[in-house]
Design a protein around this ligand. Structure first.
Ligand code: KG4
Ligand code: ZN
Length: 354
């Protein structure tokens, strides 16, 4: 089966072609046109600008994905497009492009939940996931813990305010670092680890771990962001010193990593998880990946830790296509037949939940 995936929920215009037979996945192409350099000057994504860029890029990106896959549209068996959650004006560009192709070429069309797709990005690498599984989605817009038992997903907790990725982005902004903040904070934290003991002692900062010991599986990151803002103000004289920026970046990353890891492990213990799935843009963070690996190994040798390749943690269209494959398998013949007649019914849902 050949699937064309399309993703435009935020600031990446993406298309991918996957060839999948009996859960055997070949990613033939995975094209992402990033708008990072455009939004960088504003310190974050500007929805109106993002939508205009998607309009410019959507056709070239789809063409490039098809060309690199060495297939034409007439070979495609299924089109999968993100229907939400995301920025409404961005979602609409991908959806309208997908509907047009579906109608013109009579190709079945499926609308895909972006959050579920982050979880399913794990299926690009692993075809066998042991249940029950605990999933943590940590992205720019969401932080959510969930329980997966066969085809059922149950949300266990989520952030009450900012998402983990948002906390990285806002911390970077406070410290005068570039957007997106995650990779920048991570680079600064790595530099801090190389500093001599004397510098570490002199510039050490401490930050809170919000809700780390709360009884539920919810998160909160806005207090951490405020604490970082106050720490920076308290240290007015040294706030632009590289050592201070490195130190606070290291501590901020450590706080986020510790909270995410502790809550996930707690959920894994409670639900006797056989695997733990990490996903979303923040899952690209090296310290988070390493801490998960170490803590899970310590917890039990029988729990499998799954995380997508770094380029499939951040927004991409391969994750949209793989989700469509697994969902397509579960629907009836009648529902499958309806997919190419009902293309016009697909609507964007910016507030879609898992
Ligand atoms: O999943 P994603 O690409 O988009 C959303 O669905 O939101 O996630 C983007 C988020 C941004 O907040 C970005 O700063 C964060 O993922 N991110 C990282 C890293 N790479 C991207 N956070 C921490 N460390 C990274 N290496
Ligand atoms: Zn995402």
């Amino acid at each position: 089966m050949l699937i064309l995936g399309i993703e435009t929920s935020c600031d990446e215009t993406a298309a991918a072609v996957l060839q999948i037979n009996k859960n055997n996945v070949k990613v033939l192409s995975n094209t992402v046109a990033s708008q990072i350099s455009i939004h960088r000057k504003y310190g974050g994504v500007v929805p109106e600008v993002a939508a205009r860029e998607h309009i410019k890029k959507i056709i070239p990106v789809i063409k490039e994905a098809l060309n690199s896959s060495k297939h034409s549209l007439s070979n495609i068996d299924l089109i999968a497009v993100t229907k939400g959650p995301g920025l409404i004006t961005s979602l609409l560009v991908g959806i309208e492009a997908a509907k047009t192709l579906s109608f013109a070429k009579k190709i079945p069309l499926m609308g895909i939940n972006h959050l579920k797709a982050h979880i399913y990005a794990n299926f690009l690498k692993f075809s066998n996931i042991l249940h029950p599984a605990i999933s943590l989605i940590a992205s720019g817009g969401h932080t959510e813990l969930g329980l997966l038992i066969n085809n059922n997903y149950k949300k266990l907790g989520q952030t009450r305010d900012d998402a983990a990725g948002e906390c990285f982005d806002k911390t970077a902004k406070i410290l005068g670092l570039k957007y997106p903040g995650g990779p920048e904070i991570s680079k600064q934290a790595e530099k801090w680890e190389e500093q001599p003991k004397t510098i570490k002692k002199r510039f050490k900062v401490s930050l809170p771990r919000p809700m780390i010991n709360s009884k539920n599986f919810d998160f909160s990151f806005s207090g951490l962001k405020t604490a970082i803002l106050y720490k920076t103000k308290e240290n007015e004289k040294i706030k632009n010193r590289p050592e201070f920026i490195q130190s606070i970046s290291y501590e901020a990353q450590k706080a986020i990593v510790e909270v995410l890891t502790k809550k996930t492990i707690k959920a894994a213990q409670k639900y006797k998880a056989k695997s733990i799935l990490l996903s979303g843009g923040v899952a690209a963070n090296k310290a988070l990946r390493q801490t998960f690996k170490t803590k899970i190994k310590k917890l039990s040798k029988n729990i499998k830790f799954l995380v997508p390749a770094i380029n499939n943690c951040t927004d991409n269209a391969a994750m949209i296509a793989i989700t469509a494959y697994y969902q397509h398998k579960t629907i009836s013949r009648k529902q499958k037949d309806r997919l190419n007649k009902n293309w016009f019914k697909l609507k964007a849902n910016p507030n879609l939940k898992t």
